[in-house]
Design a protein around this ligand. Structure first.
Ligand code: GLC
Length: 734
């Protein structure tokens, strides 16, 4: 794939259209709206929500007001050509609004319908943090392709995904939507997602425009607090956070969404360094940038704009092309262009970008969906559900197993934990298209697998522990499977947590389950790394199962009974205690790396090492690495290692290759992932695995965004995770 750009004849059509458009119609293309809620109350819906949040009205009063409320789709403004995009999942309504735009407005420019299709639409896949644990770019692409088919059948032709924020702080709730902490793995993920959403040619009817978000470094919010400030050296931004964005722009991504946070004191929404210099100039991005929801208006709260008019001017001049729901451009930009506060060239450039994406998507030729298309996925196709199951199984990470797993079908299972029987909880954050009828809970999955299982809730993330229920369930059981973790609402947007231990009394449930003397398996359902030091010490088997999407129950059953040998590898570090956050593997050494001496970089009251490192994941079998060697060629370094399956289960291992640049003109991470390869091995089988790292990929950016390749010593590491590796040193000259 190549960077997004228009074919010549399409570019000409855009220029012809631009010439015909009035300033008002041009501003209209930059205005995105969601249906507003009106009626039943005499304030704005936003004000009503504030009144409810501040307790100025009760839930009952709010409910009564909502009974009389309707959704306003702003048809008249569409007819006047003053709206360019709508955030909507309602295919009939989308067709209706599209018909107004295309057949009743003066120039007939179609609307771009966008929606959050983050990890599947009706076929909901694992949360991205979980899917990233598959380390499988074919699966990354396939799930996006299926999501695009289903979303486009609802006339959604633009998704606000992939979210490619590098996330190193598990307190931040949106880590669940991210591909984790590593720029290389996130780059593989972001490229695959763009291919899956947009297809080889973006104009395909079952393809949708991707949207790289959130630009930039949203995952680095201070103290893991959502929407908080972000400060870092430009070199850290370019080496540690932007690689997945750069990769996806090269792959052809058509849109980018700016982040809510400021970057070094300038909100991303109005940040010309990010939008104009890095993205549009250095990366050569020719698609368009959309703000996050109401983010232009929020520049007033940030303290960078005096009022909405000031925010409008600052945003458009910084390179913000489309305004999501602030009404800043809608209310002020036409006047600002007419009184020359904002140049017509600045306006034209933004409009050109928006029209280019609409043209490339084929919206001018095919603005509607047929009745048949709308109904196509009412019942999910078998192959969509199979894809969801395949991805879900491979997202599961075995964290610990002291001869408890896999289970046998003749074992009587006591299944406990509220999350085990809550079908919609398998979906996780940002699963707006998910339907309960398609969701398979863990309880259902065990029953479908023919398990001998009795179920008792006993305890949940927000419900108290009931010892009697546990005793009743465990009485004649052979093994206790305890499903513990977080509700979907405990991660995702506006869901930062200051304490990463299991919420509520779930640890109590585990303690009492262990006290029965029966083997206990902890099945985790969660949207972020948790602080599980106690669990790791006491629970004999621990499976990280995330929120795996509609096929969760079947995937967990397949792994519990060994029908699938778990192969997932962590996309993010698990801290031993919350206080270690942010915790990630690719950190600098410091001048006093942690050691026995007091005067080294460590804690008095906690271990320095994380509980589970990036790339970690066990199997029902054992893999042994031997014979690691390096070979230098003119342009690359080749790493070869033999991996042997020493156990009695066939399985798939992800062989990981890390590199350390020992000395540089900037301090460099102690390890950086530079390649990986998946290998299937039968019991007793050994295979030679060859990995190649291009020498040009061993450089780094400085603060001036210069890419430096510096001669010197490099250490190459190979292994099944970022901690337990074999190593070889090599001197390189570039
Ligand atoms: C939200 C999120 C963004 C999402 C947008 C539209 O606030 O930050 O990721 O795409 O609004 O729903």
């Amino acid at each position: 794939m190549a960077k997004f750009t228009l074919r010549e004849e399409q570019a000409l059509k855009v220029e012809e259209l631009l010439k015909k458009m009035t300033v008002a119609e041009k501003v209209g293309q930059l205005h995105q709206l969601s249906p507003s809620i009106v009626g039943g109350f005499d304030v704005s819906f936003e004000e009503l929500i504030e009144m409810l949040t501040e307790g100025r009205i009760t839930n009952e009063e709010f409910g009564q007001m909502m009974e009389g409320a309707e959704r306003d789709f702003h048809e008249e403004e569409i007819r006047e050509g003053r709206i360019g995009s709508f955030l909507l999942d309602d295919p009939e309504k989308a067709n209706e609004l599209q018909r107004i735009a295309v057949e009743e407005s003066r120039l007939g420019i179609p609307l771009l319908i966008g929606f959050d299709v983050i990890h599947g639409f009706q076929t909901v896949f694992p949360i991205p943090l979980g899917e990233a644990c598959t380390w499988n770019q074919e699966l990354f692409e396939a799930s996006a392709s299926i999501a695009a088919k289903e979303a486009s059948s609802h006339n959604i032709r633009w998704t606000f995904a992939p979210m490619v924020d590098i996330a190193r702080d598990a307190r931040w709730g949106r880590i669940s939507e991210s591909p984790g902490e590593d720029p290389y793995l996130a780059g593989v993920y972001s490229r695959a997602k763009v291919r899956g959403f947009q297809g080889k040619e973006p104009g395909g009817q079952e393809h949708i425009a991707a949207c790289l978000k959130h630009f930039a470094a949203y995952g680095a919010v201070e103290s893991g607090q959502d929407y908080n400030t972000v400060s870092m050296a430009h070199s850290m931004l370019h080496n540690g956070y932007l690689p997945p964005v750069k990769a996806a722009v090269e792959e052809g991504a058509m849109t980018v969404m700016a982040a809510f946070n400021d970057y070094n004191g300038v909100p991303c929404t109005v940040n010309p360094y990010l939008l104009r210099k890095v993205l549009k100039k250095d990366y050569g991005f020719e698609g368009f940038v959309v703000s996050d929801a109401t983010a232009i208006k929020e520049c007033v709260a940030h303290g960078i704009a005096a009022d909405l008019a000031d925010a409008s001017k600052k945003a458009i001049e910084a390179g913000m092309d489309m305004d999501m729901n602030s009404h800043a451009y809608h209310n002020h930009l036409e006047t600002q262009v007419e009184d020359k506060t904002v140049s017509i060239e600045t306006l034209n450039e933004a409009v050109r970008r928006v029209l280019s994406v609409k043209m490339a998507l084929g919206l001018f030729e095919r603005p509607y969906v047929s009745e048949e298309e709308m109904k196509r996925y009412e019942e999910l196709p078998k192959e969509h559900k199979e894809a969801a199951l395949e991805t879900a199984k491979r997202s599961i990470v075995l964290l610990k197993n002291e001869q408890v797993l896999p289970l046998r079908k003749d074992q009587k299972i006591a299944l406990v934990g509220e999350l085990a029987d809550m079908p919609m909880e398998v979906l996780g954050a940002w699963s707006l298209g998910g339907r309960e009828k398609d969701c398979v809970s863990i309880y259902q999955g065990l029953k479908d697998a023919g398990a001998s299982v009795t179920y008792q809730t006993c305890c949940g993330p927000e419900s108290d522990f009931c010892k009697e229920a546990l005793m009743e369930a465990a009485e004649d059981a052979d093994v206790i499977v305890a499903v513990v973790g977080e509700t979907s609402a405990m991660s995702g947007e506006a869901a930062s947590r200051s304490d990463l231990t299991l919420p509520g009394q779930q640890q109590e449930l585990l303690k009492e389950a262990l006290a029965t003397g029966k083997p206990v398996v902890a099945v985790l359902m969660n949207g972020r790394p948790l602080a599980l030091a106690w669990e790791q010490e006491h629970v004999p088997a621990i499976l990280e199962c995330w929120q795996l999407g509609i096929e969760m129950g079947h995937a967990v059953a397949d792994v519990l009974f060994g029908a699938y040998n778990p192969s997932g590898k962590l996309s993010c570090t698990f801290p031993a205690v919350t206080g270690q956050c942010p915790r990630y593997y690719n950190h600098p050494s410091t001048g006093r790396p942690a050691g026995k001496s007091k005067f080294t970089s460590r804690y008095l009251d906690a271990p320095l090492a994380p509980l589970y490192p990036f790339g970690y994941g066990l199997s029902y079998t054992e893999y042994r690495y031997e014979g690691f060697q390096l070979k230098e060629t003119e342009t690359a370094v080749l790493a070869q290692v033999t991996v042997r399956n020493e156990g009695s289960y066939g399985g798939e291992e992800t062989v990981q290759l890390y590199v350390r640049d020992v000395t540089g003109s900037l301090v460099r991470p102690v390890k950086e992932l530079k390649g990986f390869q998946k290998v299937r091995l039968s019991p007793g089988e050994a295979k030679k695995v060859l990995l190649s790292v291009e020498k040009k990929d061993l450089g780094f950016y400085n603060d001036e965004m210069e890419y430096l390749l510096e001669d010197g010593e490099f250490i190459f590491y190979v292994g099944g995770n970022s901690r337990d590796c074999m190593e070889q040193e090599i001197s390189l000259k570039f």
